[in-house]
Design a protein around this ligand. Structure first.
Ligand SMILES: O=C1O[C@H](COP(=O)(O)O)[C@@H](O)[C@H](O)[C@H]1O
Length: 269
C-alpha cells in the first residue's frame, strides 16, 4: 500500500542537509531505544553526501550507537573498490570513516574488482542474498515479504532524486524500474555515468518503514514537480518510491519552486 508523500521544504540546501541529519539522528536513536538496533539505507549523489557531511558535523551524532547500526546502499556505481565515484567511497569520506561503525554492519554493494569480477548480475544476486539473510522475523511476517520481498524492514531508506526523476539507479524507462520480482538488479546503459550499476528495485525500496526523498537545487525542481504530480513510475521512478509507514520528501525552496500550488504554495513576496 502506498503512503501519501509528506513534504518538508527548507530555505536552502545547507539547512535542508542539517535538518535532515538531525531528523535521521532522532530516527536512529528512537529505533535503537525500542529494538536495540537500527538499519538505514544510504543514497549517493550530492544531496545524500551533503546530509552525511552535516551529520558528521552535528554535535548530536554522539547520541547514535554507531556499533548497532546497519548500513545498506540503495545503489552503487559498478567500479573498482576505492574508486572516488563509488557511492561507498564518498560516504566514507563524508561520514563513515569518522564514526565507530561495526565493519560487519556496513553492507557495501560489490565492486567491479570483487569476487564477482565484472559480472554485475552476479554482484546484484550476491547483494540480494545478503539482504535476504538479514531479513528478520518482523520482515518475514510483513506484507512486504508476503508479497515476496526478502529484505530487512529498513528504518529509513534515503533516495537522492536525479534531475531526470531517477532514484537509486532506477532510470526512466530502463528495465530495472520495471522489475517486480528481484530485490536487486544490475543496470546497463545508465544515462548518467558510469553506465553499469547495481540497484535496489522498487519492491525492495517499498519494504522500508520510511522512505525519504532528497531534492535540493534548481536542477531538481522539474523532477520534483513531475514525480509529485501523478506521473507513472516507469516514466518518473521517484513517483514509485514510497515507504510502508511514511514517505517524506525533503526539499529546499529551489527544488520546490515548480511544485503545484496545491502541494506547496510559495510565500507571497
Ligand atoms: O548517480 C546517482 O545519482 C542520484 C542523484 O544524484 P544527485 O547528485 O543528482 O543528487 C543518487 O541518488 C544515486 O544514489 C547516485 O548513484
Amino acid at each position: 500500500m502506498s503512503t501519501a508523500p509528506q513534504l518538508v521544504v527548507h530555505r536552502d540546501k545547507e539547512l535542508m542537509a542539517q535538518a535532515a541529519a538531525a531528523r535521521l539522528i532522532t530516527r536512529i536513536v528512537d529505533a535503537q531505544s525500542s529494538r536495540g538496533e537500527a538499519s538505514v539505507v544510504l543514497t549517493g549523489g550530492r544531496n545524500g553526501n551533503g546530509l552525511l557531511a552535516a551529520l558528521a558535523a552535528a554535535p548530536a551524532r554522539d547520541a547514535v550507537d554507531w556499533s548497532r547500526l546497519d548500513l545498506w546502499w540503495g545503489d552503487e556505481r559498478f567500479l573498482p573498490d576505492g574508486d572516488p565515484d563509488r557511492n561507498v567511497t564518498q560516504a566514507r569520506e563524508a561520514l563513515l570513516d569518522a564514526v565507530p561503525l561495526d565493519p560487519k554492519r556496513v553492507h557495501a554493494m560489490p565492486a567491479s574488482d570483487g569476487p564477482h569480477g565484472s559480472d554485475v548480475e552476479a554482484a546484484a544476486a550476491a547483494y540480494a542474498a545478503e539482504l535476504a539473510a538479514a531479513a528478520g522475523p518482523e520482515t518475514m511476517s510483513s506484507a512486504a515479504t508476503a508479497a515476496g520481498v526478502p529484505v530487512p524492514a529498513f528504518d529509513v531508506l534515503m533516495l537522492g532524486v536525479g534531475p531526470d526523476t531517477h532514484v537509486a539507479s532506477l532510470f526512466p524507462e530502463l528495465p530495472a524500474v520495471r522489475e517486480t520480482e528481484r530485490t536487486v538488479v544490475g543496470v546497463h546503459g545508465a544515462p548518467k555515468p558510469p553506465p553499469t550499476r547495481v540497484t535496489l528495485t522498487l519492491p525492495a525500496i517499498r519494504a522500508a518503514r520510511e522512505v525519504w526523498l532528497l531534492a535540493a537545487g534548481e536542477d531538481k525542481a522539474e523532477a520534483a514537480a513531475i514525480a509529485l504530480s501523478g506521473a507513472g513510475e516507469i516514466q518518473a521512478p521517484a513517483a514509485g518510491a514510497y515507504g510502508r509507514s511514511r514517505t517524506l520528501w525533503l526539499l529546499d525552496a529551489a527544488a520546490a519552486s515548480q511544485l503545484p500550488r496545491t502541494l506547496y504554495p510559495p510565500a507571497t513576496p
